[in-house]
Design a protein around this ligand. Structure first.
Ligand code: ADE
Ligand code: ZN
Length: 343
């Protein structure tokens, strides 16, 4: 691991809260809430929480989450995982600005009347305490979700929540996540239209497990950032649009390898995009499921694609420029980053 990379101040724009849960915390939660686990050994438990080495697709990757969704349905648990996820970002990765995303309906619990808004409030509490205790700023992105058991009504509730909490500054944007191999972004047009109308910034998982056209569809629907977008190399016209419109790609290297949307890390188009002039960023996606962190991902870029330290700094500053925060907040962060980059 390159020590200079570890020391750099960082930004992660693409991190799923539910993909950032400490394995130890799952053990602890199970004890407190009287859940039985297949094992009480942390190392054994990792096999259930982390993606299997045999994972062959995004659909299989997403199945990993089913194991621990059962536990993430209580206010204390959500507050805790939000807090810990920020703490890990600060203490292990030197992340200064983090955008955390999740889909509230995946964490509701009718048995205790725990609603989508309760989910959001619990998570916002955890983030509030983390921002009090650590030097980090966190923005929340709410995910509309492509999934067989998420209904239109639930996605609409997510959007309404985003609207309500965007006006108070506690939510900074919306996303469309879930299984792109099964559901086109076009199915969600009306949600995007509404999001555009209320002026909430949009990012969208696209061109991850589907082809470049899905990225174009997402752009046409109003996305300013694209989660992954790794298939755009298939279509030079779309690459041109992404570059010329100054759109941002949220690249997540290890995740792409694990979902097998690239055959090998060497075949990942990240360097091609960078050299072409596309605004790329490097992110974690699901650090605990993928068993990585941002240091690991930046180091991968350094080792495999021969990005040098200046390139890495440029990629971090791309993230700063693309963050869903005000220009004033960007200027303040930029000053802080420049000081740390160049002294
Ligand atoms: N949710 C968590 N990880 C995801 C990914 N890589 N793509 C879509 N949805 C996700
Ligand atoms: Zn993602």
């Amino acid at each position: 691991m390159n020590k200079e990379i570890v020391k750099l101040p960082k930004i992660d724009l693409h991190r799923h809260l539910d993909g950032s849960v400490r394995v130890e915390t799952i053990l602890d939660i199970a004890k407190k809430h009287n859940f039985s686990l297949p094992t009480n050994d942390v190392n054994e438990l990792k096999k259930y929480v982390q993606v299997s080495p045999q994972c062959r697709s995004l659909s299989e990757f997403l199945k990993t989450f089913d194991f621990f969704y059962n536990f993430l349905k209580f206010p204390d648990v959500l507050e805790r995982i939000a807090y810990e996820s920020c703490q890990d970002a600060v203490e292990k990765e030197n992340v200064k600005y983090l955008e955390l995303r999740f889909a509230p309906p995946l964490q509701t619990n009718p048995e205790i009347r725990f609603s989508e808004e309760d989910v959001l409030k619990s998570i916002l509490n955890g983030i509030k305490y983390a921002q009090r205790d650590f030097k980090i700023k966190v923005g929340v992105i709410l995910c509309l979700y492509r999934y067989y058991n998420i209904t239109e009504e639930q996605n609409l509730k997510t959007l309404k929540l985003a609207e309500k909490y965007f006006s108070s500054g506690e939510v900074v944007g919306i996303d469309l996540a879930g299984d792109e191999s099964k559901y086109s972004v076009l199915l969600y047009k009306k949600f995007f239209d509404y999001a555009k109308m209320i002026g909430i910034p949009i990012t969208c998982h696209a061109g991850e497990a589907a082809d470049a056209k899905e990225v174009l569809n997402a752009i046409k629907l109003g996305a300013k950032r694209i989660g992954h977008g790794i298939h755009i190399y298939e279509d030079e016209e779309i690459m041109k649009i992404v570059k010329n419109e100054g759109l941002t790609l949220e690249i997540c290297l290890t995740s792409n390898l694990q979902t097998q949307v690239v055959d090998s890390i060497e075949k990942h188009p990240i360097k091609k995009y960078y050299d072409y002039g596309i605004k790329i960023t490097i992110n974690t996606d699901d650090p605990s499921v993928s068993n990585i962190d941002l240091n690991h991902e930046l180091n991968l870029a350094y080792d495999v694609f021969k990005f040098n330290l200046d390139d890495i700094k440029k990629i971090i500053l791309n993230a700063l420029e693309s963050a869903f925060i005000s220009d004033k907040e960007k200027r303040n962060l930029l000053e802080e980053f420049n000081k740390e980059f160049y002294n």
